[in-house]
Design a protein around this ligand. Structure first.
Ligand code: SF4
Length: 245
């Protein structure tokens, strides 16, 4: 684990097959120390253990289309813009961020399943694992799930939104046919959220849980200035997003 998204490890499960390094640490998990000045990190303990482990067994097969970072989407910009102008694409919904496997977090799967067929989902990060194996089809060859990559690729989604704003000659990012329904699970999503607020994005939905730092005072500021709201039911949120709310 190199980043902060390590989750509680069940003892006796894979505790002896996980390592941390850099900023990350976990009780009773071996930590690989920083590289010495001018040297390299010593991963020999990981390699030694990997050699003793059974090779992984395939648990599923299939294909997932990915790679829609900003360069690829912007290369298709004309096609995307035409699809919006002709009405083939009515709305983009950003469903990115961190998400987990718990049953209670099925909200994003259900939103993906129930969004009208003329919507395109923009995604990055672990949230996509909630719906990227669903066969949601395409719109004139544009996949209905455009996956920019991992969480840091949320940058790509912001660039795509800014580019669309420019192409459509809009002054305000909030005038785009674009909704933000962001999956919240852990700290990395804080940085993504702050970047969206910096860009002036309003009306972001957050869920299924809300960040712990959202004290009543902070929440008031975010609601007043940015119209942030927690997710509601799948049906209500889809209806509101399609109405541009
Ligand atoms: S999306 Fe979140 S949980 Fe997934 S790798 Fe990124 S920070 Fe970790």
């Amino acid at each position: 684990m190199t980043t902060n998204c390590i989750i509680p490890i069940k003892k006796g499960n894979y505790q002896d097959r996980i390592f941390t390094t850099g900023m990350t640490g976990y009780p009773d998990v071996v930590h690989i120390p920083d590289r010495p000045e001018g040297g390299a990190k010593d991963f020999s303990k990981v390699i030694e253990l990997a050699k003793k482990c059974e090779p992984p067994t395939e648990i599923e097969t299939g294909k997932i289309v990915g790679g829609f970072a900003r360069n690829q989407v912007l290369a298709l910009a004309d096609k995307v813009v035409d699809a919006v102008k002709s009405g083939a694409i009515k709305r983009f919904v950003v469903m990115a961020g961190c998400d987990g496997r718990q049953k209670a977090r099925s909200y994003f799967t259900e939103v993906a399943q129930n969004l009208p067929k003329d919507t395109v989902i923009l995604t990055a990060g672990c949230a996509k694992y909630r719906y990227n194996k669903l066969d949601l089809g395409d719109i004139g060859g544009i996949p209905r799930v455009l996956d920019a990559g991992q969480c840091n690729d949320c940058y790509s989604l912001a660039v795509i939104a800014l580019k669309l704003k420019e192409v459509f000659g809009l002054d305000d990012i909030n005038d785009l046919p674009l909704s933000f329904d962001i999956a919240w699970y852990e700290q990395k999503a804080v940085a993504v959220l702050l970047a969206l607020l910096f860009l002036g994005v309003k009306g972001i939905r957050l869920g299924p849980t809300l960040p712990a730092f959202l004290s009543p005072t902070v929440l008031n500021v975010l609601v007043e200035k940015f119209d942030i709201k927690p997710i509601s039911t799948v049906a209500e949120d889809i209806e509101a997003m399609m109405a541009g709310k």
